[in-house]
Design a binder for this molecule. Structure first.
Ligand SMILES: [Zn+2]
Length: 210
């Protein structure tokens, strides 16, 4: 079977190669795009499942460019479309894994793979979110994650990550199903995160809630 030619090359085992030419790929997207303000907790677009991406066209390419520009402007390591107010299942990332290796890519219509129990090692690190500015909380998540989905051209892809990047893949997929990381916290920790947000000031432009 012929290997598909895409700007995200696919390895033989089906996992996308997202560690090569990171700097050039991220820069190209960002230079074509425009940074948009970030939606914050309370904005309805963040609290419902986004629509599937069905058209892998120029509009989607432009959205992805804007998402890279927005991610950079806000100094994020991952960004979901609803975080710039767009109701589409797509996220971008620029994130190091547990070995410090940088991963840059985009996933449309992501689905998190269920891990077999023996592969589920929980990592209890700090997590934050551009849509909950200035707040951080410890949250246990598996330290390995596999997401299946499609690239910007609609080709099926699989992305895997370890450590912080595994956390990022889970966090961004959650976003597109209307779930924020604070929704996974205890009632008390959630309240504390919201208080941190109230007391802090975002270092980037946000969309005021109505
Ligand atoms: Zn987030």
């Amino acid at each position: 079977m012929a290997q598909q030619e895409t700007d995200q090359q696919v390895e033989n085992d089906g996992f996308v190669v997202d560690t090569e030419d990171c700097e050039a790929r991220e820069l190209a997207h960002r230079e074509r795009g425009t940074a948009r303000p970030i939606t914050v907790v309370g904005n309805p677009v963040l609290h419902k499942e986004c629509k599937d991406v069905t058209s892998f066209d120029d509009d989607l390419a432009r959205l992805i460019d804007d998402m890279f520009a927005s991610q950079k402007a806000a100094e994020g390591v991952g960004l979901a479309a609803n975080q710039i107010g767009v109701d589409q299942k797509v996220f971008v990332y620029d994130c190091p894994d547990d070995e410090g290796v940088r991963h840059v890519g985009v996933v449309c219509n992501p689905v998190l793979e269920e891990l077999p129990a023996e592969l589920r090692v929980l990592d209890e690190s700090n997590e934050g979110c551009l849509s909950v500015p200035t707040a951080y909380a410890e949250l246990a998540r598996p330290d390995y994650a596999v997401v299946t989905g499609q690239d910007a051209e609609g080709n099926p892809i699989k992305v895997r990550g370890t450590g912080y990047f595994a956390r990022c893949l889970q966090h961004e997929t959650d976003h597109l199903y209307g779930r924020l990381y604070i929704d996974r916290l205890s009632k008390r920790d959630r309240k504390d995160a919201l208080k941190q947000m109230e007391e802090g000031t975002a270092r980037y432009e946000t969309v005021p809630n109505a």
